[in-house]
Design a protein. Sequence first.
Length: 515
Amino acid sequence: MTAAGYITDVDYIPGFYPQLAPVAMRHVAALNGVVPPRIADGFRYLELGCGLGRSLTTLAAANPQGTFVGVDVNPEHTAATQRDITAGGLANTRVITSDFASLPADLGEFEFITLHGVWSWVAPEVREQILAAAQRHLAPGGLLLVSYNSMPGWAHLQPIRGIIRQYAVLRQGDSAQRVREALAYLLFIRERHAKYFEDNPRAAAYVDGIVKQDVRYIAHEYLNEHWTSFYFAEVAGMFSRAGLSFVGSLPVHTNFWDLCVRPEFQELFRTTTDRLITEAHKDFCANTAFRWDLYARAPRAMKSFEERVREADDIEFRVTRAGVTLPHQTNLDVVTSTVQGPLYQALLDMMSTGSRPLSAIVADPRVAGTPPADVSRAVDAGVALGLFEISARHVDTATGEPRGPYAMPNDFNRAVIASDALSGRAVAVASQLTGTGHTLGDLDAGILNELVERGEDGLAPRVGARLTAAGRSLERDGKPIKDQTEQGVIMAQACEAFCRTSLRQFLQLGIVSPG
Ligand SMILES: C[S@@+](CC[C@H](N)C(=O)[O-])C[C@H]1O[C@@H](n2cnc3c(N)ncnc32)[C@H](O)[C@@H]1O
């Protein structure tokens, strides 16, 4: 077993990425006219390079009908993943310590394969191993999601990675220590106006973001020997050799050319449908630095709205936030878009009390007269604009006033909240209704934990005491609040805001149940 130049002396950080959810991948396939794998009666899901496993385990908890397998070469990572599997009672999940060249011969086929934070960071021969694994283990009609650092967005930043890595390899100690010293050097040359930073002011500004990151993240992002950023066409060419076709990308707005390039660049989309050309054009116009691309093996095309309903009507749509009014403006990287008009008003009205499948949306009298294909396009664009959200099952958002006591029915959610509350990092909980995870801050996790464990009485002082016991305090503008009375007031506000917003949402999503 070999990590082939990938660092293993410092563990990565836990993180949940909703882009890896089967429901998200299925939606992107469907809106691009590709039949997504069915999931209602079970499916198999493989994550290559699962790291500490939080995407894998959260999605497994959200999709109990699926079977989930994670693979990682780092035994510390797989041990951490196994601890979460055990603590969460996830009988549908297993994790394997292996490099991609030595996967078990009987691994079988999967409807979903994902690899996030892997492709750009591994050796060329490991990329070949990933392609071989995709060829062997992706079921016909199956979907693969790959993320990578992309060009041209990385072009002006590549030297930063070069500076960090080249300085770090000359230092002593583990990767975390080397990173700390490399960051000090980076700041030193920037503060003294090294010519690289003078000539590249955006790179100089970029350093401010880097130094705020966890050193373990920086070590995994920048120290790997074979770090490479790719043009879309290079990656598409490699997956095409493995028999996979490009389907679409995440976030959802990147599938709508009018939402990802400015009007003056849109003519090309009217004159060509060749995705190799249009995707490259998008990346140049938007200076894309990171891509999430979806591929399929032997994709089946859906040519009509009726076919989409037949194949993917289990994806439901609901309004993201109650009380949204039109016109609604959204900023999407390089485009600012305004949603207005009677069609969107009708969609908002009909989805405001709960999620609906496309078949029910187009059958609603409020959109009579608009062709179903146009309605479904508007719904998908609404998701791209953050107006609507998708779910794997029905979500009822017309619930009344929340009333305790409260419980958290899912073992995984209870375990993850108990372990990560007030830990200083965000935590994700699973919803079997949406089929994905939902991220909350560590203070909200602390409030939720206290609420379900010991009820509402004296909630704020109890969370405050826990925070103090954890050696932490509330902060304002990045500085600890020392005054106890002020701490108490702010904690009470935080608890009240949590109960008014997140708790209500978690009740709707089945993450919390009335006790
Ligand atoms: C940046 S981390 C991403 C982890 C996880 N996907 C996430 O998003 O949090 C990359 C992971 O790939 C694993 N990895 C790198 N090379 C590998 C190989 N050749 N075989 C198996 N795993 C590998 C590393 O150990 C690491 O956990």
